[in-house]
Design a protein around this ligand. Structure first.
Ligand code: PEP
Length: 248
């Protein structure tokens, strides 16, 4: 069976103490898991959670980062600061960043390139709104987000990057794309990647699905040919709901 990559996005939840407690619980329960696992606490909890996951199989992720290495950018957190804390992955272009904070493909691309430059694995999120899907624009929206997000990314480093397909209408809503629908979009993303990098790299690219993934739909989604893992929001906030997804 293929190894899956299951990532938890804790969003703007949990104090430092709560984050540490959950991280400890996950280390205890997932220490022997064969899957690749990442957790992304809030910036404020990164240092404390880093100490908990250090030396374990759980990767430490950040939920965002600034587009510059350093400088006069009030309120931003830089790639160098993340690296300093032991962060190995960063979620970029999450739909909440794209829609609530108006991040566009150019900005997201800048962050992708910066993360790769510093050896941090970017998870590039792409996804269409319900309006775009219903207007028949799914492929053009996803295609643009993938092409623009990867602009300037060399084929040699493509394997260091992950794509997460997250239909905006499925995030935090309890609605999930059917496994067949999600798989078809993942296959389309591979087609776009094949056009950019060739069939081989497109086939081996890790593409996660995100959008109301829960223990009871994980098995079917993860069983699809083009789905290589999950980016989990709500269900990653408790060990009782996250562990069964990793170990479906
Ligand atoms: C997410 O935030 O990336 C996400 C998929 O959230 P949820 O699992 O809650 O839909």
């Amino acid at each position: 069976m293929k190894q899956l990559y299951i990532a938890g996005n804790w969003k703007m939840h949990k104090t430092v103490a709560e984050s540490v407690a959950l991280a400890k619980d996950l280390v205890a329960k997932l220490g022997a898991s064969g899957q690749k696992v990442m957790i992304a606490p809030a910036f404020t909890a990164l240092a404390s959670v880093a100490a908990v996951v250090k030396g374990t199989k759980i990767r430490l992720g950040a939920q965002n980062m600034g587009p510059e290495e350093q400088g006069a950018h009030t309120g931003e957190v830089s790639v160098l600061m993340l690296k300093d804390l032991g962060v190995s992955t960063v979620i970029l272009g999450h739909s909440e960043r794209r829609h609530s904070y108006k991040e566009d493909d150019g900005l997201i691309n800048k962050k992708v390139l910066l993360a790769l430059k510093h050896g941090i694995e970017p998870i590039l999120c792409v996804g269409e709104t319900l309006e775009e899907r219903e207007a028949g624009r799914l492929e053009s929206v996803i295609g643009t987000q993938v092409r623009e997000g990867l602009k300037g990314v060399d084929a040699a480093v493509l394997a260091k990057l992950v794509i997460a397909y997250e239909p905006v209408w499925a995030i935090g809503t309890g609605k999930t794309a059917t496994p067949q629908d999600a798989d078809a979009v993942h296959a389309y993303i591979r087609k776009v990647l094949a056009g950019l990098y060739g069939e081989g790299p497109a086939k081996s690219m890790c593409i996660q699905y995100g959008g109301s993934v829960k223990a009871d739909n994980a098995k079917e989604l993860m069983g699809m040919a083009n789905i290589d893992g999950a980016l989990v929001g709500g269900a990653s906030l408790k060990a009782e709901t996250f562990v069964p997804i990793v170990e479906f």
